[in-house]
Design a binder for this molecule. Sequence first.
Ligand code: FES
Length: 112
Amino acid sequence: MASVLEVCVCTVEDVPSGEGIRVDLADLPEPVAVFNDAGRFYALSDMCSHAEASLADGWIEDCQVECPLHSARFDLLTGKACSLPAILPVRAYPVTMTDGKVYVSVPTVGGT
Ligand code: FES
């Protein structure tokens, strides 16, 4: 049976507005990029779907992140590839905030 695990990935202060950070924790299925777009937080798979680049190092504009390597853009909410050369989406994770902490929801298998 699938369930969801809420993983605390950082505090709100850890991610300045307009920037992203890479988070790699044992409870996450992969490294995740956490973005602060004018106070709204988003989480995507950190690895660009085109090649090996960290999206956390990208630039944020209009609820999209631009890959630092070849400039593909991804929707911060859905992970959809919005421009070439990326075609495939990256995984988007639901984000919640409680008491100044940022949580990412990850599905688990065989929850108790
Ligand atoms: Fe991201 Fe090429 S590695 S667009």
